[in-house]
Every structure is written in structure tokens, then in C-alpha cells.
Design a protein around this ligand. Structure first.
Ligand SMILES: Cc1cc2nc3c(=O)[nH]c(=O)nc-3n(C[C@H](O)[C@H](O)[C@H](O)COP(=O)(O)OP(=O)(O)OC[C@H]3O[C@@H](n4cnc5c(N)ncnc54)[C@H](O)[C@@H]3O)c2cc1C
Length: 396
């Protein structure tokens, strides 16, 4: 339908979704399945689902077999309410019905068999070109008795508006904080975005780590509130890998403690008294030698260790590290921060401040650990909004 606003002709939709990412596509395809077609999805990217496309090394870690609020930074009761309304089991069933059968690779993480395109194609079902307005940068939104959305190219009118613009992570594929600007303009409080699921740069004392670039080792990282297990990858800029990425979600500043022998006690590790320390830690020789240098223990046979050596060797299980910073938004797989969830109703995803306005996905102040948790959040929150919107949109 056409409508005139300030003298200009503008097109009217019942539902406009801002952002064509994971959560938006889930919402639109579910509505389409129920016969509702009057949806427009706006994105500044040339293609839809661009973060899905590059996720999980191109194979999209779509969910995890073990998902609960403990895997998220955010209001646990809010997160719990939403995750319970659409579980990994329901997501996997929906994907299976659309001929996508992700498989567990490790640690309960489900990945696509061939490529992330499988997920994008599944989420496109029931949608066509007329549902998308791409290469349009959302600038602002105002509300009268309906919403007027202004992009850099046109204006659109909507009765219901869903903000699904994600976070600022990976600006190279469209990440931005427009969702926070819009939320604030409508009276919601927000927590500014900052990089999460991102590698750490290291202080001068730990520059030796950069020399090990390419080596990876299993560790646990104690960030105070939580201990994260997984691989640590030494990188040119500092340290990265799954354990660091998940730990970065919880770290703000100060010390973290790395256990380089997470599955074994020091006593067990050094049980062979006639062997050199570096050969029996179960670490790569280069890493073992560098670690010993950094804690100032000479690489000798265990029999020759004195009490002082043992005190220092205890640091292998509690190595103190104060990250200098992180690799930044361009390398971050997600962001901390978002629209504060006190302003959102967990049974509908509708704003408590503005009627007919919804927020879903990563734009909210909820962020998951590495392992499929962020897509599950995007999809669960989208389905909660879908359940509320379908009654309104289809019955009206
Ligand atoms: C490299 C990488 C790998 C990842 N791998 C995984 C993984 O394997 N598993 C997992 O669970 N999570 C992964 N994530 C995180 C996951 O991609 C996000 O949490 C998820 O996509 C969030 O969904 P969303 O719908 O909220 O936002 P998005 O999918 O980010 O969609 C938001 C959309 O809004 C658009 N947009 C933003 N601003 C504007 C504007 N001003 N105008 C117009 N359009 C705009 C963007 O272009 C984007 O298309 C990964 C992220 C990255 C960056």
C-alpha cells in the first residue's frame, strides 16, 4: 500500500524487520510458513545472512546440545525464559524438516555438513525478493501511530517494527550499533557494545607467547566468575582460540589465571624423576621450554628440583596473565552490551516502553559463549517474537 508522509509517497508494510541476519530470517520464515507475507526486511548488506555465511569457519555452528542460561552473559532469568520457549531440539527439528541435518563435531557443537549456506537456504524458505530491501542503510525511525523508517535511500511505513540489527562485531559484514541508537531514541537504556569472543593482546612480560604463533594447547582459564576449558592458540598479536574467546566474554580488566595442565596435577605431570621437566609435561617442547623460562625454572630432571622450583612450577597450573586488551571489533565474533533487557518483555520480546516495537537477537544485552550459543539465542528470541506477532498480524 502507498502512503504519503511529509508530501512523499512511501510504501506501507504490516511488519518491517530491521537487519537481515539470523534472528530476522527466523522470524520472517516462521511467519511466512503461517501464510503471513506482508514483511519487509531491510539491510545495508548486498546479501542476507552474511554473519551466518562466515560463521563456524564457513560451516555455521548453529547450536549446542547443552544450552542453558549459564552459557550467557545477561540477566539469567530473562535468558532462561526465552531459551525454554525454543530449545536446540526444536531448532534442529525445524532444520531437519527443511533438509538440514547439522552434526556434532565436538563439545556438543552442531555444525552444517557442507556449508553455512544450508542454514541460510533453510531460513529463506517462503521468502522472496519482494521481502527484502537490501543495500539500504537504516538511519532513523520515528513513531506516530505507526513507524516511519528512514534509510539512506527511502522511507518505509510499518505497523509493527522488529529491531534485529545485531551488534557492532565484524563491521566488515555489516555489524553496527544502529540498534542501540534506535533503542535510546525510543527511551530504552542500553549498555554500549564492546568486543567479546575475541583474542587478547598481551603485556610486554608475555611477548614470548607471540613467538609461539601457530601452536595450540588445551588449557583452562579462570576469569573469576567462571573457568573456561578448551584450546588456547598462540597468535602473532597475542592469544586466541576457543578458551580465550569464551573467557573474553567475562573478562573486563585485571588478572586471569591459565592452567596449562588442566587435566592433570603437577605431581602426576612430574612423576618420572629421571626425566627432564620439559619432556613430561605433555606440552609441545617449544611451549614447555618457553613456559619454564617465563617462570624462571631451569629445564632439568625432576630429581634435581628444589622447593623453590616446585613453588614456581605451581604457576603452570595458575599462570597469571593480565591481558593488555583485545583484537578489536573487526576480529570479535560478538559483543558484550546491548539493549537492557529490563525494558523488554521476555514472553513476547516486545518493548515495555513502546507498543508494537520488538527487539530480538544480539542487539539485546545478552551474549553467549563460543559454541553455537549465539545463534541459539538469535533463533530462540526470534521464535518468542514470532509467537506473539503471529496472533496480532494474522488475526488483524
Ligand atoms: C566471524 C563470526 C563467526 C561466528 N560464528 C558463530 C557460530 O559459529 N555460532 C554462533 O552461535 N554464533 C556465531 N557468531 C555470532 C552470530 O553470528 C551472531 O550472534 C548472530 O548472527 C546474531 O544474529 P542477529 O540476527 O542478532 O544479528 P546479525 O546476524 O548480525 O544480523 C544483523 C543484521 O543487521 C544489519 N545491519 C546492522 N546495522 C544496519 C544498518 N544501519 N542498516 C541496515 N542494516 C544494518 C547487518 O548488516 C546484519 O545483516 C559468529 C559471528 C562472527 C562475526
Amino acid at each position: 500500500m502507498l502512503y504519503f508522509f511529509k508530501g512523499f509517497k512511501i510504501k506501507e508494510y504490516k511488519l518491517v524487520i530491521l537487519g537481515a541476519g539470523a534472528s530476522a530470517l527466523m522470524l520472517a520464515t516462521k511467519l511466512s510458513e503461517d501464510g503471513f507475507k506482508d514483511t519487509l526486511i531491510i539491510d545495508h548488506n548486498p546479501k542476507i545472512g552474511m554473519k551466518i555465511k562466515i560463521s563456524g569457519g564457513g560451516k555455521c555452528n548453529v547450536t549446542n546440545e547443552d544450552v542453558d542460561f549459564n552459557n550467557y552473559l545477561g540477566d539469567s532469568s530473562f535468558v532462561d525464559t526465552i531459551l525454554k520457549q525454543y530449545t536446540p531440539f526444536q531448532l534442529l527439528k525445524m532444520l531437519q524438516n527443511r533438509n538440514v541435518s547439522p552434526k556434532i563435531r565436538s563439545l556438543g557443537q552442531y555444525f552444517c555438513k557442507k556449508s553455512a549456506d544450508e542454514v541460510i537456504d533453510a531460513l529463506k524458505i517462503g521468502l522472496n525478493e519482494s521481502n527484502f530491501l537490501l543495500l539500504n542503510k537504516i538511519k532513523s525511525v520515528v513513531k506516530e501511530d505507526f513507524f516511519i523508517i528512514t534509510t539512506d535511500k527511502k522511507q518505509i511505513k510499518a505497523k509493527y517494527l522488529v529491531v534485529a540489527t545485531g551488534s557492532s562485531a565484524y563491521p566488515q559484514v555489516g555489524g553496527s550499533d544502529i540498534g542501540l541508537t534506535l533503542a535510546k531514541s525510543f527511551g530504552h537504556e542500553v549498555e554500549n557494545f564492546s568486543p567479546a569472543l575475541v583474542g587478547w593482546t598481551v603485556q610486554k612480560d608475555q611477548f614470548w607467547m607471540k613467538e609461539l604463533s601457530g601452536i595450540s594447547t588445551r588449557v583452562s582459564i579462570d576469569v573469576g566468575v567462571k573457568k573456561l576449558y578448551g584450546e588456547l592458540l598462540f597468535a602473532h598479536k597475542g592469544i586466541s582460540g576457543p578458551s580465550v574467546l569464551s573467557a573474553s566474554l567475562y573478562w573486563k580488566k585485571g588478572l586471569v589465571y591459565i592452567d596449562f595442565l588442566p587435566d592433570i596435577s603437577l605431581k602426576e605431570a612430574l612423576s618420572q624423576k629421571k626425566k627432564q621437566i620439559s619432556t613430561q609435561l605433555g606440552l609441545s617442547k617449544r611451549l614447555a621450554k618457553k613456559l619454564l623460562q617465563s617462570i624462571e625454572v631451569e629445564d632439568k630432571i625432576v630429581d634435581k628440583l628444589n622447593n623453590k622450583d616446585y613453588e614456581k612450577l605451581a604457576l603452570l597450573k595458575k599462570y597469571p596473565l593480565s591481558p593488555a586488551g583485545n583484537f578489536g571489533l573487526k576480529k570479535a565474533e560478538a559483543c558484550r552490551g546491548g539493549v537492557k533487557t529490563d525494558f523488554i518483555d521476555a514472553d513476547s520480546m516486545q518493548s515495555k516502553v513502546v507498543n508494537n516495537l520488538y527487539f530480538i537477537g544480539e542487539v539485546l544485552d545478552v551474549t553467549g559463549e563460543l559454541g553455537g550459543y549465539n545463534f541459539q539465542w538469535a533463533f530462540s528470541s526470534a521464535v518468542v517474537a514470532y509467537k506473539d506477532l503471529k496472533n496480532k498480524l494474522i488475526k488483524e
